[in-house]
Design a protein around this ligand. Structure first.
Ligand SMILES: Nc1ncnc2c1ncn2[C@@H]1O[C@H](COP(=O)(O)OP(=O)(O)O)[C@@H](O)[C@H]1O
Ligand SMILES: [Mg+2]
Length: 245
């Protein structure tokens, strides 16, 4: 593909002390593509999305390049990357517990939305997530895990993301809700959004992504279109239970 990727990282390395948590020669997400990054606990999935955003929990040594629509952003602060439209919904979600759903969706201030971006209105996110409309007068702290996840995505959409980074949206959700949330992500991509989806739930992720990347100890060990990856022995054996039963 010769088009400029929406997200492109090259030689991205993240080290916590002597532990090289991420070593990524290249990662690219094309426009309107849904790319899944899967791997076991500790594989480096959160480290990856956090590094794309220039954020971290500790004080890692980060090197390499990150580009958004071809523009180098690795020198930018996290808030500047967010303003450029790179939005992360972290593992813990980003929901205010003491505000109602309605207030969470309103409390975003004035959003400056640049080229190729579209900020969803409150009504639009309610029609995408009818459950949030039903719960609009409830506090963030009163929501279920699935509802909080939906609210996190809804808040990101209100900001007009150029690209969305999702860190394990299925975590803690009832199995029925896992596919609901991931299918909503798929439909957002179908309507033009670009998404990098981090998941431990390979079985659910492989149903919705275009392309799948398998991380082990911070390195890409397998990568390809979802359909092909289903037959990849590293995916099949480890996650899809090829040898089960
Ligand atoms: N703040 C930190 N301090 C030290 N090591 C960390 C920190 N965050 C992550 N790591 C290490 O980086 C590796 C990858 O972690 P992480 O990206 O959180 O994995 P995943 O999200 O795939 O479960 C692990 O070995 C983890 O211990
Ligand atoms: Mg993680």
């Amino acid at each position: 593909m010769s088009t400029t990727p929406v997200i492109e990282a090259t030689d991205l390395k993240v080290a916590f002390g002597g532990n090289l948590a991420l070593n990524l020669p290249r990662l690219a997400v094309q426009e309107k593509e849904l790319v899944g990054v899967v791997g076991a606990n500790g594989a480096g999935k959160s480290t990856l999305v956090n590094a794309l955003l220039g954020w971290s929990r500790g004080a890692p040594k980060v090197s390499g390049n990150v580009r958004l629509d071809g523009r180098e952003i690795s020198g930018l602060e996290t808030h500047e990357r967010v303003n450029s439209g790179l939005l992360l919904i972290p593992e813990g979600k980003l929901v205010f517990g003491q505000l109602t759903v309605e207030e969470n969706l309103a409390a975003l201030g004035d959003v400056k939305v640049g080229d190729g971006r579209r900020a969803y209105s409150v009504d639009e996110v309610y029609s995408l997530f009818p459950r949030l409309h039903e719960r609009r007068h409830h506090l963030g702290s009163q929501l279920s895990g699935g509802e909080r996840q939906m609210l996190g995505i809804a808040r990101a959409l209100r900001l007009g993301p150029r690209a969305l980074l999702l860190d394990e949206p299925s975590i803690g959700l009832a199995p029925r809700l896992v596919s609901t949330v991931l299918e909503t992500v798929r439909s957002l991509v179908n309507s033009g959004l670009t998404v990098l989806l981090v998941e431990q739930n390979v079985r659910a992720a492989i149903e919705v992504v275009d392309r799948l990347i398998l991380l082990e100890r911070g390195r890409i060990v397998a990568e390809g279109p979802a359909a092909a990856m289903r037959d990849d022995p590293r995916i099949a054996e480890a996650y899809l239970g090829a040898h089960a039963g």
